[in-house]
Every structure is written in C-alpha cells, then in structure tokens.
Design a protein. Structure first.
Length: 289
C-alpha cells in the first residue's frame, strides 16, 4: 500500500522501487488522500496493470487511507511504502521467504536506512540482529517498525486500521497485530526512510496525542499501566516542546538512529543506483504520455 497526499514530487521513487522488485507477483495499491497538487494526474499516467488506484475526494488522514488500501488488497501478504520513501529491490523476496521459513510469525519487519534531504544515507534504525519475538503481553508501544513490515493478510485484516486516527494509525495497527502474533525481525535494512521534513513539533505533538488515544482503548484491561503510559506520553510531549523551542529538535530526533555498517552502506548504494535508474526511466516514460 502507498497512501499519499500531495506527493507529486516524491512518488516516482516509491513506484520505481516497486517496479524493480525481484519478487514480481505483487499489486501496488495507491490511495490518493485528497491531494490538491498534481498527484492524481501523475498516478493516472502510470502504465502497469499491477498498480491499482483509489482517490478520496477530501483529505481524510492516514488511518482512512490505509484502511481503504487494505480493503482493496487481494494478496496473501500486506506491505507498505510511504510516498516519500522507497524500498530495496529484494525487500519483498527476502521478507516473503522469511515468513515462509517462520510459519509461527504473523509478520516480518526489517531495519530501515535513514536518508537526509539529498537522499544520502545518514544512519540505520531498527533491529540489530535477526530474531523471533513472541507476541506482546501488555499494553505498550509497538516494538518494531511499521513501514518496513510485511504481514500475513489474515493478521492485517484481523487488526485493521483505525479510520479516526490521522496520526499514529500505524502504531495502533501494529500493536493490535503484535498482541496476537509473533514477529520475525531482520537486521539488514530493506526500507529507506526519508527523515528531513518528516519531523516537526506540531507532528510530534499530534503523534503523542494520538498515542494517548491508543492507550485509552486498553484502559479497562490495564488501568494503572495505561495511566502511567499516558502520563509518560504527556511528559515526553512537553520535553519535545522545550527542545524544539531551543532549536535542538533535529539533534534529538537524530538520536533515534545509529551508524550504518560498511556492508549496509554498500547495500544501500547498490539499491539506490538500481532504483534511481528506474526512476529516471519512469520519468521519461511519463513525460511522453
């Protein structure tokens, strides 16, 4: 699924990375969440029968857009690419193989490569080693990345996306999945997350507000824990307010990732070269339509 809103500039790389997948039996479900730029016009020019489109008349938020994409899905697995990100060519083949090796897991998630405003690698985020994690037993945070995950379709439909959440719908969804299913984690990055511009205090605050709504769903089951998690969320929100006011927001956000290894740098550069070539080719083809 690719939910998008005013993504005319970045969408080509997301789609190009799908077109370069070594696993070719996929469908790409793109939901235009009420864009006001040229996104919808661009989408209609993509010429591949595996790309399926839906347009929402107004901007309803990511929870609604993801739920719409999930309703469209017909495959055995569900993966994601955000419109300003892209994935390595071997992502699907690697993750499908992992789920086939690990039938007890409901999903697989990989580490992510983090890039700067120029698209250069600045770090990695996610699991440090391959492992199998048991289902979550308590209310809490998602323990792995949503963006880089691939889920069995039955697990995805069982959880569903909360249409009312404009932010943190991915965390809510993933926690619901993890409460019922084990997860396979892969240390090698296969998803490229574009960091610059994705974090601001306004977005951070909205995320923490949505987080408390998610915790509140479990209030009857674990009231003391939910209250504690909610209080911690409020405290973190205020810390970020002070940090951003002091102009140190980017520095604090950068602590979320670590340095990539030489092997990971090499894998990133190879993947970027492949996807860049396809993106250039795609740009030329679109210009002629």
């Amino acid at each position: 699924m690719i939910p998008c809103f005013n993504a005319e500039r970045s969408l080509r790389w997301a789609v190009a990375s799908m077109l370069e997948q070594t696993f070719t039996d996929w469908e790409c479900l793109i939901v235009d969440d009420g864009s006001t730029d040229g996104t919808w016009e661009l989408l209609q020019r993509f010429d591949d029968p595996r790309i399926r489109l839906q347009r929402l008349g107004v901007n309803r938020g990511r929870g609604w857009a993801r739920a719409a994409a999930l309703e469209m899905a017909t495959g055995r697995f569900l993966g994601m690419v955000d419109a300003d990100d892209w994935v390595y060519p071997e992502k699907l083949s690697t993750q499908v193989a992992a789920l086939e090796r690990c039938p007890e897991a409901g999903l697989v998630s990989s580490a992510m490569a983090i890039t700067d405003g120029s698209g250069d690698l600045i770090g990695r985020q996610g699991p440090a080693r391959d492992e199998l994690r048991a289902p979550l037993t308590r209310v809490g945070h998602a323990d792995l990345p949503h963006a880089s995950s691939l889920l069995r379709m039955e697990a995805a439909r069982e959880a569903g996306y909360d249409r009312s959440l404009r932010f943190s719908e991915d965390r809510d969804f993933l926690v619901k999945v993890r409460r019922r299913h084990a997860a396979c984690l892969l240390a090698s990055p296969s998803y490229v997350y574009a960091q610059p511009g994705s974090m601001s205090f306004a977005k951070m605050a909205a995320s923490y507000d949505a987080q408390r709504r998610i915790f509140a769903k479990e209030l009857a089951q674990e009231p003391l824990r939910v209250l504690g998690l909610s209080a911690a969320s409020i405290a973190k929100r205020e810390v970020y307010r002070l940090v951003y006011a002091a102009g140190l927001g980017e520095r604090l956000v950068a602590r979320r990732w670590s340095a990539a290894s030489p092997t990971e740098v090499g894998a990133f550069e190879r993947a970027r070269a492949i996807v860049a070539t396809r993106a250039t080719s795609l740009e030329s083809a679109l210009a002629n339509r």
